[in-house]
Structure formats: structure tokens, C-alpha cells
Design a protein around this ligand. Structure first.
Ligand SMILES: [Fe+2]
Length: 262
């Protein structure tokens, strides 16, 4: 069985990219579950309930997120109400929403767990994603051995270390947040598929999804500039994982990088 994971959707251009190519991707691979990181899906910062519904209508089964999920406060109620929308699990107790879930798949297929974690290096001062990740996985594995981890983190070494730390406990550990797809996909010795970053879905002629002029202005002048999601040429970045449903072990991991303008 296959699981499709799509990297950080950047604003309206990112949603347009999904609209343009997600149906054919799903037809080609027939994933049992489609997971989309949506923390930047509304205007490039955060998520609104309306945009979340749009992503579900476009074909997402589960939405993961990260540090930007708090940018638009109107999402807080949906975080509490909709189990298909996740925020990183390692925020201190009392934060809105939840960081993991177990989901049914079509035709009475196996259940699939999804766990969202956030790194701590150059990020927020959160609970330990390593120890907390293992504890949550131990609980989830009582329900299903098929579990996908979205690790939303800034630096490659923290992501790689978590991949090793969770090898054999999760079906896949996929990194998000840095928006540049890495080429280090592999299946670790105990059966966990690993990729440091899935990449970004949105404007291709950009600086990690932001209009290049906006990003360059900030670097050149060292003064604030308004960041707008880039349009024009679009692409979808993600990864496809194939797993053995009885053991939860990954058997194949394939990066996806697809032209997505019409
Ligand atoms: Fe992020």
C-alpha cells in the first residue's frame, strides 16, 4: 500500500499547483492516504478554516503543519475540532489541537497513523521531539504499525538524527519546513523510509516559495519587506512511500517533483 506525502503548500499558487496535478498523481499511484503539509497554505503564512476545507476538497486526507500554524488565529478552533488537522505534537500541554491521529483508509484497508513533530534548533523552545516522538509512536503502534512522521525542522542534522532514532518504529520520517527537496531518500536498516526534506509546492521561480524580489530586498537592505507567495511557473514536491501493511516497514520511497503550471 502507498502513502502520498506533499511538501509545504505555499499560498494560493501552491493550492493551484495541487489543483492542477494532484488528481493525476492520485490516479497514477492510488495512495491509501494523502498527507499535505499546510502550514503556509493561506497567503504563505498559516492556515484558515476555509483554506483547510479547500485542501480537503482538493484531495488531502490529513493536513500536517509546523511553526506557522499559529499565524492565523481563526484556525485554533478547527485545530481543536478536526482530527484530520495536526500541529506538532511537542508543543507544551494546553496548546490548541493535537499532534497525531490514526486514520481509516478506503475499502477497509489498514489504519494509518500520522505524527507531526517540530525541531528545536533555530525553532521554538519545545518539548523534546526525540523522546516524545518515541513515546507517542509506542502508543500509536498498539493501533497500527503504519505510521508516517512529518518532522518540521530547520537543520539537516536534527532531521537525520531523528530518522535514525525512530528507525523501525515508524514507516517513514519525512522532513518539512526548509522547502528545498533533498536527494537523500533511503530506507534505513530497520525499515523506516527517510527523506530530509520533501520540498515545497508553489511558485518555482522564487526563494523557497516567496516572490524572489521580496526575499532579495530583505537580504540586500536588511530591512523588512512584505513576503508574497510567488506565482508563475509552479511545481509540486513530495514523496511516495510504499509499505508492507502487516509489518509497517517501508519497501520503497520515491521522491516526486512535478511541473504543476497549466
Ligand atoms: Fe515551517
Amino acid at each position: 500500500m502507498r502513502i502520498l506525502f506533499i511538501g509545504d503548500v505555499m499560498g494560493e499558487p501552491g493550492r493551484q499547483a495541487l489543483h492542477n496535478v494532484l488528481p493525476e498523481l492520485k490516479a497514477e499511484h492510488s495512495p491509501s492516504l494523502t498527507i499535505i503539509n499546510a502550514e503556509n497554505a493561506a497567503g504563505g503564512f498559516g492556515l484558515t478554516p476555509q483554506v483547510a476545507q479547500e485542501l480537503f476538497a482538493l484531495g488531502a486526507d490529513v493536513l500536517t503543519s509546523g511553526n506557522h500554524i499559529w499565524d492565523k488565529k481563526q484556525i485554533f478552533d478547527l485545530l481543536d475540532q478536526d482530527p484530520r488537522l495536526l500541529r506538532p505534537a511537542n508543543y507544551p500541554a494546553g496548546a490548541p489541537g493535537r499532534g497525531w491521529g490514526v486514520y481509516e483508509t478506503p475499502l477497509n484497508g489498514p489504519k494509518i497513523g500520522v505524527l507531526n513533530l517540530e525541531g528545536r534548533v533555530y525553532m521554538h523552545n519545545l518539548e523534546n521531539p526525540f523522546t516524545q516522538g518515541r513515546e507517542i509512536l509506542a502508543d500509536l503502534r498498539r493501533e497500527t504499525p503504519l505510521i508516517i512522521v512529518d518532522f518540521h525542522a530547520e537543520i539537516t542534522s536534527e532531521k537525520r538524527a531523528l530518522g535514525w532514532y525512530l528507525d523501525g518504529l515508524a514507516t517513514a520520517v519525512i522532513g518539512t519546513h526548509t522547502h528545498v527537496q533533498t536527494a537523500d531518500e533511503e530506507i534505513l536498516p530497520n525499515g523506516t523510509a527517510y527523506l530530509t526534506d520533501a520540498g515545497m509546492t508553489g511558485g518555482r521561480d522564487s526563494v523557497i516559495g516567496v516572490r524572489k524580489e521580496d526575499a532579495i530586498h530583505r537580504f540586500v537592505h536588511q530591512t523588512p519587506s512584505r513576503f508574497t507567495p510567488a506565482s508563475g511557473r509552479l511545481w509540486l514536491n513530495g514523496v511516495l512511500i510504499e509499505a508492507d501493511p502487516t509489518t509497517g516497514r517501508a519497501v520503497r520511497i520515491e521522491r516526486i517533483q512535478k511541473k504543476a503550471e497549466q
